[in-house]
Design a protein around this ligand. Structure first.
Ligand code: B12
Length: 258
C-alpha cells in the first residue's frame, strides 16, 4: 500500500503541472508570454500595461530600426493584445485591464497608419457592424482599422446594429463585402437574419463573420457566411474578393481553419 502524506501530494501535483510551483503575479505571467524580439517586446509589454505613450514610443523605435508601420500592426500590436486575451481567459487579469489594453492598441493602430508613407489605392468598400443586441465592439474596431490600413473604404455602422439597418446599409453602399462581429451566443443568430434578408432582396455578397461567439460551423450554416478567426483575416478575405474570388464556397475553402 502507498502511504502518501499531504506534502508528497503537493509535490506530485507540481511535478505533473496540475498545480503551479508558485502563484504568479499578472506581470510575471505576462512576462512569460511576451515575444523575445527586442523591438517587439516593449510594444507588447506596453499594450499589456495599457500605456499608450510607451506603445507609440516602442512603435517609433521599431520604425526607426526599419520596420514597416503597417507590418507592426500584426507583428507587435496584435501579439500584445494576444497576451492580454490569453491572461483574461486564464483568469489572471480583469476586464478593466482588457479595456485599457484595447485603447492602447487602437492608439497604436492609428499611429502606424499615420506613419505609413504608402498611400494605398482604395481597393473597395466594406460595411462593418456588430450584431444586434451586442455592444462588444473592440474586435470590430480592429477589423475596421485593419481594413482601412489595407486600403479599403470602411462604412462602420457601429455596435448593436438592428438587422434591417444592416440590410439597408448594404443596399445603399453596395460594398464588396459585409462584416459582422458577435461575442454573445444570444446575438449571433442576427447574422442568419441578415443573411436571409439580403438573399430575399437578391443581394449575394460575402458576409465575413467573426467574434468570440461564432465558429466555422455556425457561420457555414447560412449561405453568405465566411468565417474569419482573426481580425487580420478580414483584409485577406477582401483581397481575395478583389482578386476575383467572389464564390462563397471558394472563399470558405480558402479561409478554412483546421
Ligand atoms: C470587453 C468585454 C465587455 C465590455 C465590452 C466593451 C466593448 N466596447 O467592446 C463590456 C464591459 C461593455 C461588456 C459587457 C457585457 N458582456 Co462582455 N466581455 C468582454 C470580454 C472580457 C472581452 C471581449 C473582447 O473585446 N475581446 C477582445 C476582442 C479583440 O476579441 P473579439 O471581439 O473576439 O475579436 C477578435 C476575433 O474574434 C476577430 N474578429 C472579431 N470580429 C471579426 C469579424 C471578422 C469579419 C473577422 C475576420 C474577425 C473578427 O478579431 C479579433 C482579434 O483577432 C469578453 C470575454 C472574452 N473572453 O471574450 C466578455 C464576454 C464577451 N461578455 C459577456 C457578457 C455576458 C457580457 C454582458 C451581458 C455582461 C452583463 N451581464 O452585463 C454585457 C453585454 C451587454 C451587451 N448587450 O452586449 C460574455 C458572453 C457570453 C456568451 N457566450 O454569450 C463574455 C464571453 C464573458 C464571459 N465569459 O461570460 N463586456
Amino acid at each position: 500500500m502507498l502511504d502518501l502524506k499531504l506534502e508528497d501530494i503537493d509535490g506530485i501535483l507540481v511535478r505533473y503541472n496540475v498545480a503551479l510551483e508558485k502563484e504568479m503575479t499578472p506581470d510575471e505571467a505576462a512576462e512569460e508570454l511576451y515575444p523575445k524580439d527586442e523591438l517587439i517586446y516593449p510594444i507588447a509589454k506596453a499594450i499589456f500595461e495599457g500605456e499608450e505613450d510607451d506603445v507609440i514610443e516602442g512603435l517609433q523605435a521599431a520604425i526607426d530600426a526599419g520596420k514597416k508601420p503597417i507590418d507592426l500592426i500584426d507583428e507587435a500590436l496584435m501579439v500584445g493584445m494576444g497576451v492580454v486575451t490569453q491572461l483574461y481567459d486564464d483568469g489572471v487579469i480583469f476586464l478593466p485591464n482588457v479595456m485599457m489594453s484595447a485603447d492602447a492598441m487602437l492608439a497604436g493602430i492609428e499611429f502606424c497608419k499615420s506613419q505609413t508613407t504608402e498611400v494605398p489605392e482604395p481597393k473597395g468598400k466594406v460595411v462593418c457592424h456588430v450584431a444586434e443586441g451586442d455592444v462588444h465592439d473592440i474586435g470590430k474596431n480592429i477589423v475596421a482599422a485593419l481594413l482601412r490600413a489595407n486600403g479599403y473604404e470602411v462604412v462602420d455602422l457601429g455596435r448593436d446594429v438592428p438587422v434591417d439597418e444592416v440590410v439597408a446599409a448594404v443596399e445603399k453602399e453596395k460594398p464588396i463585402m459585409l462584416t459582422g462581429t458577435a461575442l454573445m451566443t444570444t446575438t449571433m443568430y442576427a447574422f442568419k437574419e441578415v443573411n436571409d434578408k439580403l438573399l430575399e432582396k437578391g443581394i449575394k455578397i460575402p458576409f465575413a463573420c467573426g467574434g468570440g461567439a461564432v465558429n466555422q460551423d455556425f457561420v457555414s450554416q447560412y449561405e453568405l457566411g465566411v468565417y474569419g478567426e482573426e481580425a487580420a483575416d478580414a483584409p485577406k478575405i477582401a483581397d481575395a474578393i478583389v482578386a476575383g474570388t467572389t464564390d462563397i464556397t471558394a472563399l470558405r475553402e480558402e479561409f478554412h481553419k483546421h
